[in-house]
Design a binder for this molecule. Structure first.
Ligand code: F6P
Length: 487
């Protein structure tokens, strides 16, 4: 698409959050995290880009009520959408994060949970759909008089926005290009059937009103084709990866998200990171690292248990390695997440009590948001553990191999999206198999230097060959192709 064309990016979390300083002045902080960085790269593709996101706090709400719209901050034009508190809570803490996230990452203990009922219906109707309607309204308010706007929706919080938006736009809807990028795994049809009929059908009907539905891997795209066919009975062409829904074509695509290597290389030399490096370098022995949100999908507890098992089997490793876990607290209002944080802390303590000595703590656990320390650890790890139960992509794997200076070895879950690209050069693990993970950690810690070097170089080259700019470019090309073909 051309630089001067109108582009709308829509995601639940936005690129900035506003607050008030003690002096009463409006300040803001830029959002961090892989998705925000990636969408920043998308927004640079148009001089006329606007980013729509949920208002998250009091000052965000003030901004959302002010004129002019959009709000201009630095190089960004932002529209914040105010939701009713109850509706947002139902969407975020009851529908999107426990239910959809759990189903798509396979986190339920199915003989016991989830227990669905009227509460689910209420969370769907009064929370999820209501919040999505607010988004559809906000988008329509901006584009209703425009000729052929491009609207890029992001992630599982916004599944029903495409259809609500098409309905809201009425006659002009068919000229509007809509894509929805799903950043989390798409499960097999049977797994999706955990969701009540009205939820799964509502989601799929809406997604099929988009022009492009995008994922990080070919595997998720294939699961999506099959799910749409089984749940809604639609036809698809597997080779072209296209679904036919009435006279509408939906292109189902895989664009593996990536990072901006230059950003990380610069960050790696920043004062904040250099300061943290002193701490990281002083940890005893080799450095085994994990950097994650405290999410159940990340499999943190099993990672500690596997490390404990490795120490049991290899007593000679005592004092020769430290496991640094940099964990950013996440979604703590969802009871399962709060309980998981406790389990993470407890398991680390157990391993430390069993294997630690006076001068050596096997696990150094930090549950805090400290990005400079994470980047300092990226530079210095000998082994990085990414053992996710399931993960849409896992950008930590990509970020860290670009700045690592130790020829670090990647131990990678076969269920992380990143495995499609990086698996060949990593040590692959089944995230449920403790013995396999224990062996993999040991193999990685004791790997001969030449093999470490070869693998680390291949990992780095793989990431450099598909950067965030390539990710954006591939999507822009398909937008053009779609419009050319479908008018
Ligand atoms: O990609 C998954 C995702 O849920 C994003 O949508 C989100 O911005 C990020 O992970 C962090 O989650 P949350 O916004 O719930 O803190």
């Amino acid at each position: 698409m051309a630089q001067n064309e109108r582009l709308l990016i829509v995601s639940n979390r936005g690129p900035v959050t506003f607050s008030r300083s003690e002096a009463g002045e409006r300040t803001y902080s830029r959002g961090t995290g892989g998705l925000v960085t990636a969408l920043n790269a998308v927004s640079r593709r148009s001089e006329d880009a606007v980013w729509i996101a949920s208002a998250q706090g009091e000052e965000d709400v003030r901004v959302s009520r002010e004129e002019p719209v959009p709000y201009e901050v630095d190089d960004l034009r932002v529209v914040l959408v105010e939701h009713e508190e109850v509706a947002y809570d139902l969407m975020y803490n009851h529908l999107a994060n426990p239910l959809l996230w759990f189903v798509q990452h396979g986190l339920y203990d199915l003989p016991y949970s989830p227990i669905l009922g009227d509460d689910t219906r209420m969370a769907w109707e009064e929370g999820y759909v209501a919040v999505n309607r607010n988004f559809a309204e906000a988008v329509a308010g901006i584009v209703e008089d425009e000729e052929a706007p491009v609207i890029l929706l992001h992630d599982y919080q916004l599944y029903v926005t495409p259809l609500l938006l098409r309905e809201r736009l009425g006659e002009t809807a068919s000229e509007t290009f809509i894509s929805l990028f799903i950043h989390i795994p798409w499960p097999a049809p049977d797994q999706l059937r955990v969701l009540p009929g009205y939820v799964r059908e509502g989601i799929l009907e809406s997604l099929l009103s988009a022009d492009v539905v995008a994922f990080h891997t070919r595997g998720y795209a294939r699961s999506f084709l099959e799910t749409a066919s089984q749940v809604l009975g639609v036809e698809y062409d597997a080779e072209k990866s296209v679904i036919y829904h009435g006279d509408h074509e939906v292109w189902v695509r895989a664009y593996p998200i990536s990072i901006d290597p230059a950003e990380f290389e610069e960050l790696a030399e920043s004062d904040a990171v250099l300061e943290q490096e002193e701490f990281v370098k002083n940890l005893p022995g080799k450095l085994l690292l994990r950097v994650d949100r405290t999410d159940l999908s990340k499999n943190i507890v099993r990672g500690f248990q596997a490390y404990g098992r490795m120490l049991e089997r290899h007593p000679e490793m005592a004092g020769e390695v430290t496991f640094l876990a940099q964990l950013q607290p996440s979604r703590s209002d969802v009871p399962e997440y709060a309980a998981y944080m406790e389990a993470v802390g407890r398991t680390a303590e157990e391993v430390n009590e069993e294997h630690g000595t006076e001068s050596w703590r096997p696990i150094e656990l930090f549950m805090e948001d400290n990005f400079p320390r994470s980047v300092a650890a990226y530079k210095n790890f000998d082994v990085l553990l990414v053992n996710a139960v399931r993960d849409g992509m896992n950008l930590v794997a990509k970020e860290s191999v670009v700045v690592n200076e130790k020829n670090g070895v990647l131990v990678l879950s076969e269920n992380a999206g990143a495995h499609e690209e990086l698996g060949e050069h990593a040590i692959t693990v089944n995230p449920f198999d403790l013995d396999e993970q224990a062996d993999a950690i040991h193999e990685a810690l004791t790997m001969p230097a030449e093999e470490r070097r070869r693998r680390a170089q291949a990992l780095r080259e793989t990431v450099m060959s598909n950067t965030i700019e390539d990710w954006v470019e591939a999507q822009m090309k398909d937008i053009e192709a779609y419009r050319e073909q479908n008018g």
